[in-house]
Design a protein around this ligand. Structure first.
Ligand SMILES: [Zn+2]
Length: 257
């Protein structure tokens, strides 16, 4: 009898634990956001159905223009985390992203794993990228996303010192694996929540097939809109999260250091 009670208890505990794991994103899942709320954002802690689409690793000539066309068609603004080495190669596409009203962020120059880099390398990656973005667009950015999301506490403090805010994500579409439009759409729809920051890619290695990303957007955006979701940029999500509203003043620029 005792054995049976124990089994029942264990089963209940297990189901409770898996429920906790599956429940929607919470700041406790993001220790850096909990520890450094003024420097890090993985998701907006907001009630309203606002979400942010973010695209990493661009720009390029292949997928970025296609994604920009689809965003235009659906009148959605997104945020692009750019690699300095690709901004140098594609200044026109970089300019187009800015001209069409999207927000931009810094995603390092060469995309190193910062967990294996020292602070000086990190600073070089960030400053060099910001200079290239400034040369291409006349704008600078205070938003930073680490390659692979790899950041430690020391690096977050350095980011703050350099005047940047670190941006993570709460929904990973894993689109870089080329799972196709259906899988990408399902991943977002099954996990979407108010304040979600969605990770996608608008460029990659030449062997990567990102065609599913653009295709999924065409399906995903109307579906999310029908469910009452509105799309905001990362600067807007930051303002919503910290001030409860989007002010008319643009918050996406910082002075060039
Ligand atoms: Zn990346």
């Amino acid at each position: 009898m005792l054995d049976r009670i124990f089994v029942l208890l264990a089963a209940t505990l297990l189901s409770l634990m898996s429920f906790t794991t599956l429940s929607s994103a919470h700041p406790a899942h993001y220790p850096l956001q909990t520890e450094f709320p003024d420097h890090m954002l993985y998701q907006g802690q907001i009630e309203g159905k606002m979400i942010a689409l973010t695209f990493d690793d661009g720009p390029d000539q292949q997928y970025t223009p296609e994604i920009l066309d689809i965003l235009n068609e659906h009148k959605v603004k997104a945020t692009f985390f750019l690699m300095g080495s690709r901004v140098v190669k594609h200044p026109d596409v970089t300019k187009r992203i800015v001209n069409e009203g999207h927000a931009i962020g810094n995603h390092t120059y060469w995309h190193p794993n910062l967990a294996e880099a020292d602070i000086h390398q990190m600073e070089w990656e960030i400053n060099h990228t910001n200079n290239q973005i400034y040369q291409a667009t006349g704008k600078t950015t205070q938003w930073f996303r680490a390659p692979y999301g790899a950041l430690n506490q020391q690096q977050v403090l350095s980011l703050g010192f350099l005047g940047y805010k670190g941006i993570g994500w709460s929904i990973d579409t894993e689109d870089w694996k080329g799972p196709g439009k259906k899988a990408i759409t399902r991943q977002v729809i099954n996990n979407v929540h108010p304040g979600a920051i969605i990770l996608m890619h608008n460029a990659g290695h030449w062997t990567q097939d990102l065609s599913g990303t653009a295709e999924s957007l065409d399906e995903l955006i109307p579906l999310l809109k029908r469910n009452g979701y509105q799309f905001v940029t990362i600067p807007q999500m930051w303002q919503l999260n910290h001030h409860g509203q989007i002010s008319s003043k643009q918050a996406d620029e910082r002075p060039l250091k």
